[in-house]
Design a protein around this ligand. Structure first.
Ligand code: F6P
Length: 327
């Protein structure tokens, strides 16, 4: 039977992503709609441990739907990894009479939430908020669409200068140990090649692609490099390529944290809104220890542990078509 829930707390944790604010707004307004008390916790689990929280209402979240970042701020909490830290967080929930927790974040956030649930039996539900798109149990995570559009915009601009100077650019994108951002943006920008953590690409493979580009007299070449790939960082890769092809003018651009900022896309706002509602309604219907996600346009709830452990898989079709289209 579903536990009686009168009061819910929401927090954002880990790397921020565009659309987190839209998710916070949806959680708060859905809780208010169902006449529940709702608290916003600042600075993720660190704020929970310290009791840095306040009661929110429908108006507290006005005009945030369109904003990047997170109104509640975020953190990667070391203390919450410890038993003492979790105990302090639980004590804060007890002190404020909070019955359930909505956590918006990625892998680390859900790993912590699952441990907390196992230990204290507090209903917890996750909303996938990360630009990396690396969670099992949802086709997209909140922020991925905005981040990839940002990357595409940047690479299009790099392409302008690359063709003016006949240069080869290595553009490094985020994703930690997952190549979703790299794979999609490589296809969307017509990159010559993409270097992914999920593949065992060798330098010989890369050299062959570069030779192919040169033999077709391409005026500009872009290689998208995912961080976490097995060849090395983009500077190392560019240096190795320079040694092999001294005649090619190579440059490196690391897009870095600009990929995490900016106003969320329509897609991310809609998804965040759907998942925020689904998280609160899920809790009220007895769902716990799960992540709300969308698979094939259907709302799904996946156990937090599975969302983290059952690695999301890159679409092999994207990899295949990127090779065909880069000729
Ligand atoms: O998980 C989101 C992410 O942006 C990754 O793509 C990246 O590896 C990491 O966070 C960077 O984290 P930080 O902002 O703590 O340097």
């Amino acid at each position: 039977m579903a536990k009686a829930i009168k009061s819910i707390a929401v927090l954002t944790s880990g790397g921020d992503s565009p659309g987190m604010n839209a998710a916070i707004r949806a959680v708060v307004r859905t809780a208010v709609f169902y006449e529940k008390t709702v608290y916003g916790v600042r600075r993720g689990y660190d704020g929970l441990i310290e009791g840095d929280l306040e009661e929110l209402n429908a108006k507290s979240v006005k005009n945030i739907l369109n904003l990047g970042g997170t109104l509640l701020k975020s953190a990667r909490s070391e203390e919450f990894r410890t038993e003492e830290g979790q105990q302090k967080a639980y004590d804060q929930l007890q002190k404020h009479g909070i019955d359930a927790l909505v956590v918006i974040g990625g892998n680390g956030t859900f790993t912590g939430a699952h441990r907390f649930y196992e230990r204290f039996d507090v209903p917890v539900i996750g909303i996938p908020g990360t630009i990396d798109n690396d969670l099992f149990g949802t086709d997209y995570t909140i922020g991925f669409d905005t981040a990839t559009n940002t990357v595409v915009d940047c690479i299009d601009k790099i392409r302008d200068t690359a063709s003016s100077h006949n240069r080869l650019f290595f553009v490094e994108v985020m994703g930690r140990d997952a190549g979703f951002i790299a794979m999609s943006t490589a296809v969307a920008t017509g990159a010559l090649d993409v270097i992914l953590p999920e593949e065992n690409k060798s330098y010989e493979d890369l050299f062959a692609e570069i030779e192919r580009g040169a033999s077709r007299r391409k005026t500009s070449n872009i290689v998208v490099v995912a961080e976490g790939n097995k060849l090395g960082d983009s500077f190392e890769i560019a240096q190795t390529v320079r040694e092999r092809f001294p005649e090619i003018d190579t440059k490196v651009t690391i897009l870095g944290h600009l990929q995490r900022g900016g106003a969320p896309s329509c897609f991310d706002r809609v998804m965040a809104s759907k998942l925020g509602v689904a998280a609160v309604e899920g809790l009220l219907n007895g769902k716990e220890d799960v992540m709300a996600g969308i698979v094939d346009d259907e709302l799904t709830y996946t156990f937090l542990q599975q969302a983290v452990k059952n690695k999301a898989q890159l679409d092999p079709e994207l990899l295949r078509i990127s090779k065909i289209l880069a000729i």
